[in-house]
Write a protein that binds this ligand. Structure first.
Ligand SMILES: Cc1cc2ncn([C@H]3O[C@H](COP(=O)(O)O)[C@@H](O)[C@H]3O)c2cc1C
Ligand SMILES: O=C(O)c1cccnc1
Length: 344
């Protein structure tokens, strides 16, 4: 596979010929779960998380020494439609804040024992307003995908993805509608706190984008190029790279999940190496998770973005792996197995 995609066709090839994961490693992890000193299944979803990590780790040891958090930042032409309560300048100001350690994600990354990196996509130039034309041309879209792809280190044991981009809840709503159907009012939410009039403008902008681009959105990559944004394209590229490198992924909230969703539309298992870390309070996220058939790990009423939910869920993966690798077996600890096991 090339290190960067020169054409949409090359990207499509990569996104439709995915590594399917290590089914043996997953089965071995499930078998070990059954002999650990606990009632079978009693660690609930933690057991599935450990098995998931084993499957997508390409045979490497089940450790969580290196957790990478990457926040991709970008700007959006559709902000001109009055869809955000905040000016686009806040994107660059928050990037500076990330670099100075002052944002929520700085604190949450530290608590998770993770390393935070911020990547400005397209130098924070805005996309084209997608009510008037495609958000990105092919070259700009591919450059953003490639930047995201190249940002992923194969050395990471877990990758937390997030975003910063004023206006991007409108973009995520339009992209979700393009991929899964529905209208502006179905998908639009209040984002970073827009009022009722703004919410109505947001729904109208999404509907305008859908009527302009709707004929092309049956192709998930065209949907991503026309209705997406630079940082969303980078998140998709990073998610694809993580699949290739054997790095399990935690996706953040609505925007991040929408960004990666084209991969699930290209392949029914295209996001199996990624977990949705939390259910965002942003209106569209529950609908998007249902459309993808996934159950987010946490539900804390967060509606921030920045990878905040992903960083919060990383300790769950750490806990799952600690139990899986550290617990004694019934045999080694001399604990009696249950009656079914004794009878067999
Ligand atoms: C100070 C501030 C910090 C943020 N951190 C994340 N977001 C979040 O809000 C933005 C999306 O909301 P909308 O679509 O309504 O513009 C994104 O930048 C997202 O990451 C923030 C927003 C603000 C204002
Ligand atoms: O869930 C998200 O991704 C989100 C919610 C509100 C604002 N920005 C992002």
């Amino acid at each position: 596979m090339p290190e960067s995609f020169l054409t949409i066709a090359a990207l499509r090839d990569a996104a439709t010929s995915l590594w399917r994961g290590d089914a043996d490693a997953e089965a071995q992890a499930a078998a070990r779960d059954r002999i650990l000193t606990k009632p079978p299944g009693s660690l609930g979803r933690l057991e599935r998380i450990a098995q998931w990590h084993a499957r997508w780790r390409r045979g490497r040891p089940m450790v969580l020494e290196r957790i990478d958090v990457i926040v991709f930042a970008g700007n959006h032409g559709v902000v001109a439609q009055g869809v955000s309560a905040w000016p686009s300048a806040v994107t660059a100001q928050m990037v500076e804040n990330f670099r100075n350690g002052g944002a929520a994600i700085n604190q949450l990354s530290r608590v998770a024992g993770a390393t935070l990196r911020v990547v400005e996509v397209a130098d924070l130039a805005p996309t084209q307003d997608f009510t008037a034309g495609p958000a990105m041309d092919e070259a700009g879209f591919l450059a953003a995908v490639n930047l995201g792809y190249a940002s992923v280190s194969p050395e990471a044991d877990l990758l937390c993805l997030g975003e910063m981009g004023i206006g991007n809840t409108t973009v995520a709503s339009a992209l979700s509608a393009g991929l899964f159907g529905g209208s502006g009012t179905d998908w639009a939410g209040r984002g970073a706190g827009i009022d009722d009039d703004g919410l109505a403008r947001k729904a109208r902008a999404i509907d305008a984008a859908l009527s302009r681009h709707g004929d092309f959105t049956s192709d998930p990559l065209e949907a991503a190029r026309r209705l997406g944004g630079y940082e969303l394209a980078a998140i998709m590229g990073a998610t694809l790279a993580a699949r290739r490198h054997g790095v399990p992924v935690l996706l953040d909230g609505f925007v991040c999940t929408a960004a990666a969703a084209p991969l699930a539309r290209l392949n029914s298992d295209g996001l199996d190496h990624a977990l949705v870390s939390h259910r965002s309070a942003e209106a569209g996220h529950a609908r998007l998770a249902a459309a993808l058939g996934v159950e987010p790990l946490l539900d804390l009423g967060l509606r921030l973005g920045e990878a905040s939910g992903a960083a919060l869920a990383a300790p769950l993966v750490r806990a799952a792996i600690a139990c899986h690798t550290g617990m004694a077996t019934f045999d080694s600890a001399g604990v009696a197995t249950n009656s079914d096991a004794r009878a067999s």
